[in-house]
Design a protein around this ligand. Structure first.
Ligand code: FAD
Length: 448
């Protein structure tokens, strides 16, 4: 069929298709409006079958899993920064979580355990440095014991290998400088550099198909919707695609709205500041030491992490950030702040947790108070043992009643999938989240 002929009959074909659910490309009657998309849009060729927005670990793992399951699919990952993993993926603690914290049966619990095993195998196969160091969760007061018990039981229900309750002497045996009244030993926790995983995923996606692209410095600014395709407008040109997968992390609610979906949540950014132990103080931490977290909050509490490069990081705290992608303590962006503070959910959350929030804020600006928090786990730490480190910003979805959304949240609209909440342990779980997104895409995008 010549292009001129195609364009002349295109409007009639699509009109007919809309009326009787007949696919204009293959002439079959389609179920539930699942049209197979034409190779040609009125503007010209369809550039990609799927465009994934966001070059963090969730976007890359999803694209990778789709290319594995559907090698014929042309897929693009668009990342606005000039490098991959520029935000949450590149600013996290680098911990491969075991999966014991999460509510049994939740998507977090299921994908974390599965994703952890797959991530370790992936790292080994692709020679990405990764160490299974184990960790201890330490209760420092009697008040923490019921929560510790609850976490341990979650761990049993989630089938976390080798976890055991330990007493003060065993805590000292594992971490000689740490004190606590009881703890949980978690042997299957490890450390990795998630940025390196992201880079490897990029290479594998591009290797899988000549038409596949992972493009940095491509910020998605809007969508032009057409009957059978969407034009994704970026600062570096537009791409015609059949389907969209939104994995934009801190910007995911905005992308969802751009696509016409009311996400029902708002991303409220929480910055986490880290300190590092000095070289001399590093010997005080062998592997990973965590406190018992408060179940009212989605954060795990300030912890010690011996990272894959051997340095020891302590943090992160959790304070409301006035800039979604701001890593400095005084960073400010008017739109980001307005969108957080004009949302009722944020105020409802403040009303409930203002005491906790105030405590976190004072600790963020006062080294002495931050140190006191660390000394609960390692009493011998002194002010000269810590120095300022990096920071990360968490994309925490908050519901309209002020509730932090605990589980991963993935929504579907007609030709799009939106990842609307992928907080920790999404980096650990990324390969399993990729499988999950591939399943949704296969069914709803009718991939063949
Ligand atoms: C401080 C901190 C510590 C953490 N510790 C751990 C841990 O130890 N272990 C663990 O498993 N998890 C941890 N997490 C969680 C984990 O890092 C995240 O869950 C995970 O990285 C989320 O990945 P993502 O791809 O969804 O988001 P991101 O990594 O934020 O990626 C989203 C990408 O989308 C891009 N983007 C946004 N808007 C656009 C646009 N318009 N056009 C194109 N691109 C766009 C962004 O630039 C970004 O690169 C931590 C998170 C933080 C913040």
């Amino acid at each position: 069929m010549s292009l001129a002929y195609f364009y002349s009959v295109y409007p009639a074909l699509t009109h007919f298709a809309m009326l009787v659910n007949v696919c204009a490309a293959c002439s079959r009657v389609c179920r539930e409006e699942k049209f197979c998309i034409q190779e040609y849009s009125p503007m010209g060729r369809i550039d990609f079958d799927i465009v994934v927005i966001g070059g963090g670990i969730v976007g890359l793992a999803s694209a990778y899993k789709i290319t594995l399951a559907h090698p014929h699919i042309r897929i693009a990952v668009l990342e606005k920064e000039d490098q991959l993993a520029a935000h949450q993926t590149g600013h996290n603690s680098g911990v491969i979580h075991s999966g014991l914290y999460y509510k049994p049966g939740s998507t977090k619990a299921e994908t974390c355990t599965k994703g952890r095993k797959e991530l370790i195998a992936f790292a080994k196969k692709n020679r990405i440095p990764c160490k299974i160091t184990g960790k201890v969760i330490v209760a420092t007061t009697k008040k923490k014991l019921p929560n510790m018990e609850m976490i341990f039981n979650n761990g049993l229900e989630n089938n976390i290998e080798g976890i055991e309750k330990i007493g003060p002497d065993e805590i000292r045996e594992i971490e000689p400088f740490c004190t606590g009244i009881a703890g949980i030993r978690v042997p299957c926790t490890g450390v990795i550099d998630f940025g390196k995983v992201a880079e490897k995923l990029r290479r594998l996606i591009e290797k899988k198909g000549k038409a596949n692209k992972v493009l940095t410095s491509h910020e998605v600014m809007g969508f032009n919707k057409h009957d059978f395709y969407t034009s994704v407008v970026t600062n570096n040109g537009a791409f015609a695609t059949k389907y969209i997968i939104n994995c934009a992390g801190l910007q995911c609610d905005r992308i969802a709205r751009m696509d016409g979906l009311n996400p029902g949540i708002r991303i409220v950014p929480f910055r986490g500041d880290y300190h590092e132990l000095t070289e001399e103080a590093c010997e005080k931490v062998k592997s990973l030491i965590y406190p018992v977290p408060d179940p009212a909050f989605p954060f795990l509490g300030v912890h010690f992490t011996r990272k894959i490069d051997g340095s020891v990081e302590c943090g992160p705290n959790a304070v409301l950030s006035f800039k979604r992608e701001g890593y400095g303590k005084t960073d400010f962006n008017f739109t980001d702040t307005w969108q957080s503070l004009s949302y009722w959910g944020t105020w409802k959350m403040f009303r409930r947790h203002w005491r906790y929030g105030l405590g976190e804020y004072t600790r963020a600006f006062c080294k002495k108070l931050f140190l006191q928090q660390l000394q609960r786990l390692i009493p011998s730490l002194g002010p000269d043992d810590i120095k300022p480190g990096g920071a990360g910003v968490r994309a925490q979805a908050i519901g309209p009643k002020g509730e932090p959304i605990d589980d991963f949240k993935i929504e579907r609209s007609k030709n799009s999938i939106h990842v609307l909440n992928a907080p920790s342990p999404a980096a650990t779980a990324s390969l399993a989240i990729g499988d999950y997104i591939n399943e949704i895409a296969t069914e709803y995008f009718n991939l063949r």
